[in-house]
Design a protein around this ligand. Structure first.
Ligand SMILES: [Zn+2]
Length: 218
């Protein structure tokens, strides 16, 4: 913990002064374009991997980058998503899974989670991802972890669509969904490609297509 405390001192004395103007602008409000939903895993740094600054990503994190399907019960994710979409007006939502995800390993073998009842129940939101992979291959072995991780991203995107605020903005083209998987070892990001119906490496083509769709000049 000492290095964390030392880090705060370093931030205040060295880092903050260099970005003082940015923080001044942010002091009285935020206007992020992107809602970034990812796993709590300590190895993921959303701002580092997207090279963004404070104020640019509205970040929601939990074990397994899960979006519980909408229900009338209020939860932290539901409230945060509603706020990001309906109040802040984000136009892009990224669900970003990652390699070597402990939550996905748990979802693949829930029988090992009996001592972690809340984790077990939470990962019930990933069950359809493991079911899809099981149906395809007959069983879900450890080698299927990348496939389960991808299916889970797609499943959570599906759950996002059930949230009224998201459904409303999707129907009117005011919000767009993105499914990513971040590779911790290589830094690569795979993105779900609607046309390919699969995950492909993020490339210039992805950026160009995005720009064309949003009519942004690169
Ligand atoms: Zn994870």
């Amino acid at each position: 913990m000492q290095h964390v405390i030392d880090g705060v001192a370093k931030f205040q004395s060295e880092v903050f002064p260099k970005k003082e103007n940015t923080f001044k602008k942010l002091a009285n409000g935020q206007n992020p374009e992107v809602l970034f939903i990812t796993c709590s895993d300590s190895r993921i740094d959303p701002n580092m991997l997207t090279q963004t600054d404070p104020g640019e990503l509205f970040i929601c994190r939990n074990a397994g980058n899960v979006v519980p399907p909408h229900s009338n019960q209020t939860g932290g994710m539901t409230a945060s998503i509603e706020f990001a979409v309906a109040a802040l007006g984000v136009t892009e939502i990224v669900v970003c899974g990652h390699t070597d995800c402990g939550a996905m390993k748990g979802a693949m073998a829930p029988e090992n989670l009996n001592d972690l009842p809340h984790v077990k129940e939470w990962l019930g939101h990933c069950r359809a991802a493991t079911s899809v992979v099981k149906e395809r291959h007959g069983e879900v072995t450890h080698e299927r972890l990348p496939e389960v991780t991808q299916e889970n991203v797609l499943l959570q995107l599906q759950h996002l669509r059930t949230h009224p605020a998201v459904a409303a903005k999707l129907a009117t083209g005011k919000v767009h969904l993105h499914g990513w998987v971040y590779n911790i070892e290589t830094g690569e990001i795979l993105c779900f490609d609607e046309r390919e119906k699969g995950f492909v490496p993020m490339s210039d083509a992805y950026a160009e297509e995005f720009a064309a769709k949003r009519k942004i000049k690169l």
